[in-house]
Write a protein that binds this ligand. Structure first.
Ligand SMILES: [Zn+2]
Length: 265
């Protein structure tokens, strides 16, 4: 697998530097795990396990710039698992510029604080279905190489996705965005679904680019006045007069990125 391109400038945080050399003076950009001089990916197994053992559900974590295999992410999510929901529960979470190789399975995760994924790169699928974000969410300039699934996700505060690039399908079916929803200059290379999504505040799609169809059937816009520059040839968008959609049931995995089930409200 080729590594996604990243800026060669060193990060602003104390970083791991694993593998630094003449051809790569920065090396690994992962932030130090507290009380260590390596990132989570490059700790010894002993130190990594000891760190993970300190985590409990609802912990604040910071793994900016870290490279996550599916296995490593799974170990982190397991350490943060809420026994009542069987899903990971974060306080604030910093994954700025992190790189996820393999499926990034955040399905059902809960973020009590802010969630930062700015500049993160998802080499495979990104699953955020049913995720709950209580604080601001930052996906600005994130790169989704596979399908990005936010089906029934709940964004209680601002959701910043400006300049995000979706190379696979993007599914926001039945998502609830209660704060500012910023998709300015986002790029959608494949189909995008916003069916049944509820936007309670402003929805900004200025200069967003849709290379394939985008669907807004049964979406609700309480705060948005316009959806410029969506093109009527590719966008299906209408404003239902009523939408009390509050579906909370689990969405079958097969429907993660597909067209929305019919809105029953
Ligand atoms: Zn590292």
């Amino acid at each position: 697998m080729s590594s996604p391109s990243i800026t060669p400038a060193p990060p602003q945080w104390p970083y791991c530097a694993h593998g630094a050399g003449p051809t790569d003076p920065v090396g690994c950009r992962g932030i130090h795990v507290p009380n260590h001089t390596a990132c989570l990916a490059h700790l010894t197994d002993l130190d990594r396990n000891a760190y993970l053992a300190t985590l409990t559900t609802g912990t604040e974590i910071d793994h900016r710039g870290t490279l996550f295999t599916a296995q490593l992410l799974g170990a982190l999510l397991d350490a943060l698992q809420d026994p009542t929901t069987q899903c990971a529960h974060f306080q604030s979470a910093r994954f700025d510029e992190a790189q996820f190789f393999g499926v990034a399975d955040f399905e059902g995760a809960r973020f009590s604080g802010h969630a930062y994924f700015g500049g993160a790169q998802f080499a495979s699928e990104a699953w955020f279905g049913e995720a709950q974000f209580s604080g601001d969410v930052e996906f600005a300039k994130a790169r989704f190489s596979g399908n990005a699934v936010f089906v029934t996700a709940r964004f209680s505060a601002a959701a910043h996705l400006r300049e995000a690039r979706f190379s696979g399908m993007a599914g926001f079916t039945l998502a609830r965005l209660s704060g500012h929803a910023g998709f300015g200059e986002a790029q959608f290379s494949e189909m995008a679904w916003f069916n049944g999504a509820c936007f309670s505040d402003d929805a900004m799609f200025a200069m967003a680019q849709f290379s394939s169809n985008v669907w807004f059937s049964d979406a609700q816009f309480e705060g948005a006045q316009t959806l410029d520059p969506l093109d009527s040839r590719t966008a299906t968008c209408r404003r239902p007069t009523t939408c009390t959609c509050g579906r909370t049931g689990r969405t079958p995995r097969s429907a993660r990125a597909g067209p929305a089930p019919a809105c029953s409200c």
